[in-house]
Unconditional design. Sequence first.
Length: 281
Amino acid sequence: MSRYEQLKSYLRQYPKALVAFSGGIDSYLVLKSAIDALGSDNILAVTGDSPSLKENEKKQTSALAEKVGARHKIIVTEEMQNPDYYNNPDNRCFFCKDELYSKLDELKNELHYDAILDGTNFDDLSDYRPGFQASRNHSVISPLAELKFTKQEIRNISKELGLEIWDKPSSPCLSSRIPYGQKVTIEKLRMIEQAENILSELGLKDFRVRHFEFPQNGKTLKLAKIDIAEQELDKFLSSTLGRTGGALKSLGYDFVTLDLASLRPGSLNVKIEMPEKFKNH
């Protein structure tokens, strides 16, 4: 049995399912396989819309769902109303996911679905992700993690299936660009989104703009730290570096810097020790 057939076989134990669809390749593979296993009438893709989701990402979720024949619903989440979220503690992600899965639970019960599926993969389990606890609290099923699908395996299978975003870089929510302890605000999220849109328009694909603020002489200064994937650094330095600083400063940043260590997952988690309960699960 091929790995994709194994995935479809696993999903058949849930006759009707909601898929928490972020627009990334992991949840897209879950959505595609669920439709292939159970039929489009039994699957509903659901995307949570909040200020931490880029507008172009939200639009893409609808287009992608349509391409695999999935019904798609966008729901509004309200984590920005929760001080446990916007005060940005190191478990901020828990409160975001708890809000999303609470809304999905309500929808599941209202529409009489059997399960909620998400795109968590096996590699994700080795990172610090407090959102996992929220998914467990709400009995969310993570088929890719359960079957030990790695990110590279997911990309390989998605390419074979002809899923056009098989090589799409990971893109966590915009709030992940703000260091723990610095508040998440609508203004910051919009600045980050605009800054990343500028870099996209300059031709870059795999990067983040980290947003830092610090007081000086009674003012609040804003610093953008650009993290770029190693394979794109040469392109950035040779063709787009000169245009980036001025463009980001026009958004309100006082300083624009480049992280010489290049893009690496969880770079703002460097001082966070993974709790024992998140290890080896």
